[in-house]
Design a protein around this ligand. Structure first.
Ligand code: FAD
Length: 321
């Protein structure tokens, strides 16, 4: 039985979370005795990017080449994926728990009468029904959910699944679909470009600053480190409240929730509301001059020191590597 994976892209580059979803589907197909892993990409995607789905474990890539789908209109994407799902004859859909992925999954769950589990962190346990482990309470706990519907939708949590990069090359088939114009009833007119070069919610590395940075004029240190690491920049809530940084950079319970591989917190105390937005990070590095700062308890690595001394040295050291 085929498994369909909905892959998302940003300006033609397939998102890492979607490739993780492909690797998850590949492992799932092996667990359930084989079957095709079919990835579906919508919009305008470069050929070398589609090939990455093969390396991550897809046996086939269906490419709906239609520039109208570039804007990520949820209803249109849901319709396209549903059509492909039916065409492929799949019983399981795998995708990323992202803003677009979650919205598409919700619509498809209704259309396909499918059980939907989001924030999935492991392959299902098939020994007792179809039991799926999911992350809840911003990564603080896990829940086990049984899916007993014929059709299943599994939305994978970012960074929870090891990315496979040694898969074979997948065949790419360009598919054309009739997507009802009514599905384009909403139009995305413009998208606000975040200040950093890398978008915060999707970033693999985040460098975040707090009130310990003393003022907006010192943010160059954060941006310099972010630049050498290819990271997005974030901040604590008070920093955006007082206008040192834009609101879309505010990380935490009331801001953006991030799940990067590496989160570097500079001059941030580690209040519970901030941690709620970052505790799904794979590794946390804390730089704070107060050895008693609560953030150190959540950190994998910590540097007790003055950010104004540590940051320039750290940036230079990374540049030298
Ligand atoms: P501070 O608490 O002032 O900490 C500054 C830190 O910098 C200190 O640990 C200090 O030791 C260190 N420091 C100072 N100078 C230096 C230096 N030179 N070098 C290195 N370190 C230095 N906060 C969020 O961030 N996100 C949220 O989503 C959020 N939601 C909230 C929701 C509610 C309902 C409430 C009540 C609060 C919320 N908060 C949130 C606020 C939160 O409780 C904290 O007040 C806030 O996170 C503190 O920000 P901070 O760590 O930047 O500042």
């Amino acid at each position: 039985m085929s498994i369909l994976v909905y892959i998302e892209h940003a300006e033609g580059a397939i998102k890492k979370t979607s490739l993780e979803a492909v690797s998850f589907a590949h492992a799932l197909s092996q667990q359930t005795g084989g079957g095709d892993v079919v990835a579906v990409g919508l919009g305008t995607i470069a050929e070398d990017q589609l090939a990455k789905a093969g390396e991550a474990g897809a046996s086939k890539v269906l490419y709906v080449k239609d520039s109208k789908l570039d804007a990520g209109v949820i209803q249109a994407h849901a319709d396209a994926v549903a059509q492909i799902y039916e065409k492929v004859g799949a019983k399981t859909l795998v995708l990323a728990t992202s803003s677009l992925g979650s919205a598409v999954a919700a619509r498809l769950a209704i259309r396909l009468q499918a059980g939907l589990v989001s924030n999935v962190v492991e392959l299902p346990d098939l020994s007792s029904g179809y039991q799926v482990k999911r992350s809840i309470y911003t990564g603080k706990a896990f829940a086990l959910t049984t899916v007993d519907t014929e059709h299943k939708i599994l939305a994978i949590k970012k960074n929870a699944i090891d990315l496979k990069t040694d898969g074979a090359s997948a065949s790419v088939e360009v598919v054309s679909l009739e997507i009802d114009q009514a599905n384009f009833a909403t139009t995305i007119i413009s998208t606000d470009q975040a200040t950093g070069e890398v978008l915060l919610p999707e970033a693999d590395i985040v460098v975040s600053g707090g009130r310990g940075l003393k003022g907006p004029e010192n943010w160059g240190m954060i941006e310099d480190l972010a630049k050498v690491l290819g990271a997005a920049t974030g901040c604590s809530k008070p920093v955006s409240d007082i206008g040192w940084r834009p609101h879309h950079e505010h990380v935490g319970q009331t801001g953006v929730k991030v799940a990067p591989t590496l989160y570097i917190a500079v001059g941030i105390s580690g209040a519970i509301q901030h941690l709620a937005g970052v505790n799904s990070s794979k590794y946390i590095v804390v730089i704070n001059k107060d050895p008693e700062a609560p953030f150190f308890k959540a950190a994998d690595y910590g540097i007790v020191g003055d950010a104004f001394e540590v940051l320039p040295k750290l940036t230079e050291a990374i540049k030298a590597v």
